[in-house]
Design a protein around this ligand. Structure first.
Ligand code: PHE
Length: 452
């Protein structure tokens, strides 16, 4: 069953692919940006609590649903609970795949642009110069749209070759190189003279900043970074052999993803405070594109380091865009009988149309850059709708489904194939009670806050 749809070559191959999906712009671009906007170390702390208590159990649950059903997210809910309306939870995920990819591909396009700028030496100068450069770049409509198109074309091209060949190959070389480069950058950043201020912002929580909105942002960021809440892990689980120990695989993915995000913070904050005059109240999507070039400039051979970094960041983003597009693709193939080629092309085209307003929203078009009545740009709106609401709601529904509809004993039956699951009791408790209650409360109070 799963084999015919393209299975993973080995356990290592699966962990690589799932880690490839998880590690991406969410970790290196999103996490520092959110920490920078959301109160530093306190945000980091809440983020880590969300990862451990809510997201890790949901990752395991998604994999179990995927492997048991062998289906795309919509088909998976139906396969386990035929005749119910639960497929709607899968449908939300399919839509989130397109929605997230639409703004994600714009930012991935920026990273491609920065490969060129790093190589050409355009990224020199002080804070004011690098941020002016960034502003001009993202405000250039044809360039932004063109680069977004390139990202989607690469993604579609890779996906047409099937899941296994495309992703395993790319991640195998990328992940170790990215980790090594990031360790070097951490060392450079924390040894800058005056790095202490940035480290203190990153590590000393200021509890007076606590708010429900911060919980919501941290939760959304954790779902986004771990590729959860939209069925990406259901889909990847559906390609997984019965002999795999899914709990172990999930733990590895969570660990690697969290380490990469934390490392990104150890790079951005010391460097941001010392080199870029970092202002926590006014950071935006340009944060890493403004801070990192200044960090590279302090390193001998910095131009090369910059090129290598943006190449790897682009590759990390592409292994994530692949998984984003694979969810709706698997849906059209499994539930509607489309062939892979047609599914990929139609979905990539649709995503591109939705991406254009995001590409125009960073200065190119006054309308999309400041939506009337909304008070923000289209890209930020997309990020909030999908990351902060759609993904946690998807996770909430999945936790209820696995904990109370499919039921934990059935799920454990699946999870125990390929090795007895460790701490099964803890997982059962978290997925049945903690995940739904915590997500439900956070979403409820965030809505209440927003409406009042
Ligand atoms: N986790 C990816 C990242 O951090 C983004 C992503 C979200 C991928 C949801 C798939 C599903 O960049």
């Amino acid at each position: 069953m799963a084999g015919a749809r393209g299975a993973f070559g080995s356990r290592f191959g699966f962990i690589l692919a799932a880690a490839g999906s998880a590690v991406g712009l969410g970790n290196i671009w999103g996490f520092p940006t959110k920490v920078g906007q959301g109160g530093g170390a306190l945000f980091v702390l809440i983020y880590l609590i969300c990862v451990v208590m809510i997201c890790a159990p949901i990752m395991i649950a998604e994999l179990a649903v995927g492997r048991r059903s062998g289906k795309d997210p919509v088909g998976a809910f139906t396969a386990i609970k035929p005749g119910s309306s639960w497929w709607l939870a899968g449908a939300l995920g399919v839509m989130a795949g397109v929605g997230i990819l639409s703004f994600y591909s714009v930012i991935a396009g920026w990273t491609i642009g920065y490969i060129y700028f790093a190589a050409s030496g355009a990224l020199t100068g002080d804070s004011a110069a690098t941020s002016a450069f960034f502003g001009e770049f993202v405000g250039n409509a044809p360039l932004s749209i063109g680069l977004t198109f390139v990202v989607l074309a690469i993604t579609a091209g890779t996906l047409m070759g099937g899941v296994k060949q495309g992703i395993e190959r790319m991640t195998k070389t990328l992940m170790p190189m990215l980790l090594v480069l990031m360790v070097l950058l951490v060392v450079r950043a924390v040894t800058l003279p005056g790095a202490g201020a940035g480290l203190s912002y990153y590590l000393n929580p200021d509890f007076s900043k606590l708010s429900f909105r911060m919980f919501n942002t941290a939760l959304g960021q954790a779902f986004f970074s771990l590729s959860l809440g939209m069925g990406a892990m259901i889909t990847y689980g559906s390609y997984l052999a019965k002999s795999e120990n899914m709990t172990r695989a999930a733990m590895w993915v969570v660990l690697v993803d969290t380490l990469v995000a934390l490392m990104a913070g150890f790079i951005i904050f010391p460097a941001g405070f010392t080199l870029a005059g970092f202002d926590p109240t006014s950071t935006g999507p340009g944060l890493i594109f403004v801070v990192l070039p200044q960090l590279f400039a302090t390193i001998p051979g910095g131009q090369l380091v910059g090129v290598a970094f943006f190449v790897m960041l682009t590759m990390a983003a592409i292994t994530s865009t692949i998984s984003l597009l694979e969810v709706p693709t698997a849906h059209l193939i499994d539930s509607h009988g489309w062939n892979r080629r047609k599914a990929v092309l139609v979905l990539a085209g649709l995503t591109f149309l939705l991406a254009v307003p995001s590409a125009l929203s960073q200065g190119a078009s006054p309308f999309w850059s400041n939506l009337p009545g909304v008070g923000m740009d289209f890209l930020s709106l997309m990020a909030i709708v999908w990351n902060d609401f759609a993904l946690p709601i998807g996770g909430f529904l999945l936790a209820i489904f696995v904990g109370h509809v499919w039921r934990v004993d059935q799920a454990l039956d699946e999870l125990n194939q390929g090795g007895t699951m460790p701490a099964a009791g803890v997982w059962s408790f978290l997925i049945q009670w903690v995940c739904p209650a915590a997500i439900g409360l956070i979403i409820f109070f965030t809505f209440k806050d927003l409406l009042s």
